[in-house]
Design a protein. Structure first.
Length: 139
């Protein structure tokens, strides 16, 4: 059984297709063009008919996006320890690690430091190992 609502939607889609045909530029198939028009018309209809459901106030939970003071302090402390350990690295490893922390890849690090890409990878691996040892004692 076809409802009046379904007939109305079909007529709206047919009318939208008829109006859109002069704008067809041939950049896609006719089928794709027609499906896109029908899809857009259907989505517009759904957006208009979407039911608004009120949410009870007791179910609304507002969260403060700022981190709590303890989490902020812990993050600052970890950063302080990490950068302190990085300052203790030999200069070649320290340079490679700081460039990696800036988001550079091995090739870019190698170009900046005047070394090969694989050498940059080795320096970073060794720097990470030294940092891990240094930070294990302070954790």
């Amino acid at each position: 059984m076809i409802s009046v609502r379904n007939v109305y939607k079909r007529q709206e889609i047919a009318l939208a297709l008829w109006r859109a045909l002069p704008r067809f530029r041939g950049e896609c198939s006719e089928r794709t063009f027609l499906f896109r028009i029908a899809h857009n018309r259907s989505m517009a209809w759904l957006a208009q008919k979407r039911a608004w459901v009120p949410i009870p106030e007791d179910e609304v939970v507002l969260r403060d996006p700022a981190p709590d003071p303890e989490a902020g302090f812990a993050r600052e402390e970890r950063s302080r320890l990490l950068f302190g350990a990085i300052r203790g690295l030999p200069i070649g490893y320290r340079q490679a690690m700081m460039l990696a922390l800036e988001g550079l890849d091995y090739g870019e690090i190698g170009q900046i430091l005047g070394i090969s890409e694989s050498n940059a990878g080795v320096r970073l691996k060794r720097a990470k190992e030294l940092l891990k040892k240094a930070l294990e004692g302070k954790a």
